[in-house]
Design a protein around this ligand. Structure first.
Ligand code: URA
Length: 476
């Protein structure tokens, strides 16, 4: 075509505009028809209107379907939730460039398109994290076990985050109302409806006192960092949080409480782990009920200095369960397993193997952080056999609930907890065993052991061996 000829614009319709499958279908059709990025008019806004020109679906395919790297699709699914109207066009331009031969485009962090898309994806992930942390359900007066929450996300993240709430609050019926979209869970299926207003959620209910008591208990004055707290929990969300009312007092009293805690620590007698500890894990309820009862576990003394129980997380019907040793410092503070340095190394290995971490159920042999205070730091201390056996009831109950096909034990403590006290990691590494309940399991090294290997070549070799062991999840 003559370079002065103006080709007609093509309208692309993505409905809803944040839906990865809808965008993919449109982008794929455009790419197959050879439509250059500047010729597409995307409906980036919320109206979903067609802007004129011919429809993508009507264009004849001229090229084979493109092969798109999984990494790009993961990035695109986050970017699509960003509120910026140009996101569809940005992603299509990147896809076009990849299809035209720039296969390593995503590795070029300084490229303006890559930089912008990465920044947008980060903003969406941050917003998703805030939604998970700050949504608070309130009981609907007069209704039986029905809950509604009001939340104002910055981006279009409701569809992305709703499955998290469906897993976490599977046994309740709930709605999360936002200005642009409402997510509904009836105990079996997720549905979406138009947005609403703050008045659609009840203002306060009897559970608020429970939240406040819980928060006052887990608040650790020694870790108080008001600046970080304000950035992690922006004041915009405070009005949603029953516990926010406590913050000014807790912050004011923090200094005195730290001194009191230090004195108590010196005076505390060294106690033996009780022989018949309570409460016992519940097996007849849901996984969520099990998690709830583990919150108050006192089966060994590790609960006392720890911030909270770090229970397992992941799909309740996961095919694969990963068992680590115990939560570390970051896990203890966030309440989630494998979010610290060892967890990040583990995630890297999973990415390399093409395993989606979200499909795994991640947990630990011991659910409280054992540490030694060293100045302001808390140094990891390996759990004793007694801690592992006190916590084993929770782990076995998790296994019984999730019924994974296979378990990977990270490190010797996990191997003992899953395969029995006689197991030696040096002899068993990488070898599949079948437990009495029929679940297959193998043990490998712990990612924090990989991180502890001194020089870079030793660490690289340890990491390569770790990845090779995990590869069995892909091939077996
Ligand atoms: N190490 C573990 O074993 N588990 C975690 O959750 C984090 C670090």
């Amino acid at each position: 075509m003559n370079r002065h000829t103006v080709e007609p614009l093509v309208a692309a319709h993505v409905d809803p505009p944040w839906d990865p499958a809808a965008w993919r279908a449109a982008a794929r059709a455009a790419l197959r028809a050879g439509v250059a990025p500047e010729r597409i008019d995307w409906n980036g806004g919320m109206q979903g209107s067609l802007l004129g020109g011919s429809d993508l679906a009507l264009l004849p395919a001229q090229r084979p379907a493109p092969r798109v790297p999984a990494e790009f699709l993961a990035l695109a699914s986050a970017v699509l939730c960003h509120r910026a109207d140009d996101r569809h066009g940005l992603l299509y331009r990147m896809l076009w460039r990849i299809a035209e031969g720039e296969r390593a485009l995503l590795q070029c962090a300084s490229d303006p398109d890559v930089h912008r898309a990465t920044t947008m994806a980060q903003a969406v992930r941050r917003d998703s994290h805030k939604m998970k942390a700050f949504v608070r359900f309130r009981a609907v007066p007069g209704a039986d076990e029905e809950y509604v929450a009001w939340f104002e996300p910055e981006h279009h993240i409701v569809d992305r985050v709703a499955p998290f709430f469906a897993r976490r609050f599977a046994g309740m019926r709930w709605a999360i109302v936002t200005p642009y979209r409402t997510a509904l869970w009836d105990g079996e299926a997720l549905a979406f409806a138009p947005g609403g207003s703050r008045g659609d959620a009840p203002a306060e209910d009897a559970r608020e006192d429970l939240w406040r008591t819980y928060y006052a208990n887990i608040f650790n004055p020694a870790r108080l960092n008001p600046t970080m707290m304000r950035s992690e929990m922006p004041q915009k969300y405070w009005k949603l949080l029953p516990e926010a009312a406590l913050l000014p007092d807790l912050m004011r009293e923090a200094g005195a409480r730290v001194r009191e805690m230090a004195e108590r620590e010196h005076a505390a007698p060294r106690r033996k782990i009780p022989a018949a500890p309570a409460p016992a894990p519940v097996l007849d309820g849901s996984l969520e009920a099990l998690r709830e009862s583990a919150r108050d576990c006192r089966r060994c003394p590790l609960w006392q200095p720890a911030t909270q129980t770090v229970f397992g997380e992941g799909p309740a019907d996961a095919r694969t369960m990963i068992v680590g040793e115990q939560p570390g410092d970051e896990e203890d503070l966030s309440g989630r397993p494998f979010v610290g340095p060892a967890g990040r190394l583990f995630s890297r290995a999973l990415d390399e193997l093409g395993i989606d971490r979200r499909t795994l159920y991640l947990t630990n042999a011991v659910k409280h952080f054992r540490f030694e205070p060293r100045g302001k730091r808390r140094l990891h201390k390996r759990p004793d056999v007694a801690h592992i056996s006190a916590c084993n009831g929770w782990l076995q109950a998790e296994i019984a609930h999730v019924r994974p096909e296979r378990i990977v034990c990270l490190g010797a403590s996990a191997a003992r907890a899953v395969l029995g006290p006689g197991v030696r990691l040096s002899e068993e590494r990488g070898i599949w065993r079948t437990r009495e309940d029929g679940v297959r399991a193998f043990a490998t090294v712990h990612p924090s052991w990989v991180l502890r290997q001194g020089d870079p070549p030793a660490q690289a070799a340890a990491y390569a061996g770790f990845v090779e062991d995990l590869r069995q999840l892909v091939t077996a």
